[in-house]
Design a protein around this ligand. Structure first.
Ligand code: DON
Length: 553
């Protein structure tokens, strides 16, 4: 039995780690094979890319609880086969009692409250956002799309090595909250690979949402969430849930070497950082420099440094920052001005050098879909940390986010320890915290070329930039574009993060140019669909999460 199980796991890994070239009917790429399969089945039944994305996202909430979610938020970028692209912002909002000084206690910054308390929970947007996208572009019945998730939660599924290890790692955190420990362990003992994870309360919530999505905001699920908030010092009340609205926003548009770039607008900084960096890089011949060459990495790092400096200065929820100079930031002229400040042989430095950014913790997850009609969806969503607050809502079985940790600490509180107090991203009632999530779709000659995105906090736009350069400049296939070593620069701290796989000679040359190299095993988890010669290739990222699954229809 044990051997058969092992064989099954090995087989599952082998299948899920593969690239899927030439899928004609459609393709789903996500961080979990079971979730990709749920979406692919929807495509087989004639569902749209949005239908498949919704089914995959609900399934991820069950099989990838680290980041798949009902209790978090995110962004869905869609390019239907006909008509223009659309963008649904279902980022969490701060409750009505929030304010810019909410993370202070007796005048001092309280990190625990900001990142790990029930006060850090934003009003979840995922259910409303997925429903909004489905309302606009869905073809199959809403209830059908939740069916695989309900089954996976109710009947359970066998844990892979990755899933079991991820849950085991969190066990000390889960122990702090009985109902969470009960859901994610075997009476307190770690679940092992091959064990079945059943989530009955989550199945109940999914079933209620399948029948009527407003249950999450006005019904039994809302009641359970508010009860938990009131009992333990959380801030979300019924009125906050009832007031939650996803926002349809104008897609951020850029261009790069004749390819159209469709990306996430504020309250994400993902599109701004990506498009600004691409505008700067358009002035260089990266192809001649070569993928992974010191020159290409240096120039891209310098471009990112500058785009991230603008992010820090200007970006925040657009509803609270009416003067956000997006047109200027995204203009080719601004790109050229910034390019002129880059030295080809020398790192520039990130003065003023007063502070470092706060830490990024995993986790977030991305899924990419293309359907048989050429419609594409790029969706990134998150609970902020891995398993969010690491607390479920008792009776409802879904994990709470700690997304409000993405707000700045407090007015003026910018210091050497990594706190930031610049105005655009201070907390406020109903405000959305600034994000770095960067779902993207590239279009060439009127047809989808690339669908991608990634987790990784502030490194997300850099991971997406790496993928775009790998495809547009270096002409790599999907698998190679995902596997190539990545890098990231975010202005502050002034250091260049590189994946260990970058050639040693490149690392040496970058150090010689004055870059402070920070080596990591891997960065992000990119899920890629690339269309070449009318054929779709899917490549799931297996650097971080070996079970990532690309599923062809
Ligand atoms: O919205 C954001 O940018 C962050 N809350 C995302 C967090 C994240 O990606 C961590 N993942 N690895």
């Amino acid at each position: 039995m044990r051997n058969r199980l092992l064989l099954f796991l090995l087989l599952a890994l082998a299948v899920s780690a593969q690239t899927v070239p030439g899928a004609r009917g459609g393709l789903v790429v996500s961080q979990e094979r079971l979730a990709s399969e749920a979406g692919a089945q929807v495509l087989r039944e004639g569902g749209s890319a949005v239908d498949a994305a919704v089914a995959t996202a609900f399934a991820l909430a069950v099989v990838h609880p680290a980041a798949g979610n009902l209790g978090g938020g995110g962004f869905l970028l869609s390019r239907p086969p006909a008509g223009g692209p659309s963008f649904v912002d279902f980022r969490e909002t701060a409750p009505s009692s929030a304010g810019p000084r909410m993370w202070l206690k007796d005048g001092a910054y309280d990190e625990e409250r900001h990142h790990r308390s029930l006060a850090s929970v934003g009003v979840p947007g995922t259910v409303a956002g997925l429903h909004e996208a489905w309302k606009r572009e869905g073809r199959l019945p809403w209830g059908r799309l939740l069916r695989p998730a309900i089954r996976l939660a109710r009947d359970g599924f066998r844990l892979s090595e990755n899933q079991a290890a991820s849950l085991a790692e969190q066990l000390p955190e889960f122990r702090k909250h009985g109902p969470t420990l009960a859901q994610f362990s075997r009476q307190g003992a770690p679940l092992r690979a091959g064990d079945r994870l059943v989530q009955r309360e989550l199945a109940g919530t999914l079933a209620r949402v399948a029948k009527d999505w407003t249950d999450f905001y006005r019904g039994e699920t809302a009641r359970l969430l508010v009860r938990e908030m009131k009992a333990h010092g959380g801030l979300i009340r019924s009125a906050d849930l009832r007031a939650y609205r996803p926002v349809e926003r104008q897609v951020l548009r850029g261009s790069y070497r004749g390819v159209e770039v469709l990306a996430a607008p504020p309250p994400s900084s993902g599109g701004q950082v990506l498009i600004e960096a691409l505008n700067i890089l358009e002035g260089y011949d990266l192809k001649a420099a070569g993928a992974g060459s010191p020159a290409a990495v240096h120039l891209a790092a310098e471009a990112l440094r500058r785009a991230f400096a603008d992010r820090a200065r200007f970006l925040g929820d657009p509803a609270f920052n009416p003067d956000l100079p997006l047109d200027r930031l995204l203009s080719k002229a601004h790109g050229a001005e910034l390019r002129a400040t880059i030295r080809p042989d020398r790192a520039s430095g990130s003065a003023p050098d007063r502070f470092t950014w706060p830490r990024d913790r995993p986790d977030t997850t991305h899924l990419s879909v293309i359907d048989a009609r050429g419609g594409a969806v790029s969706l990134t969503y998150t609970l902020e940390d891995s398993y969010g607050l690491k607390r479920i809502v008792p009776g409802a079985g879904f994990l709470l986010n700690n997304e409000l940790g993405d707000f700045n600490a407090a007015p003026g509180l910018t210091d050497a320890t990594g706190l930031i107090g610049t105005p655009p991203n201070l907390a406020g009632p109903g405000k959305r915290p600034l994000s770095s999530m960067c779902p993207v779709i590239l279009v060439r000659d009127g047809a989808v070329l690339l669908v991608s995105g990634s987790p990784g906090g502030r490194s997300i736009p850099s991971t997406v930039l790496n993928t775009v350069l790998n495809v547009v400049d270096f002409g790599l296939a999907a698998r190679a574009a995902v596997d190539a070593p990545r890098f990231h620069h975010q202005w502050l701290p002034d250091r260049l993060q590189v994946e260990a796989g970058l050639p040693a000679a490149t690392k040496e040359a970058l150090r010689a140019m004055g870059h402070d190299l920070h080596e990591v095993k891997q960065q992000g988890c990119a899920q890629v669909i690339l269309v070449r010669g009318g054929r779709a290739e899917g490549a799931a990222d297996t650097k971080r999460w070996a079970d990532s699954g690309a599923v062809a229809e």
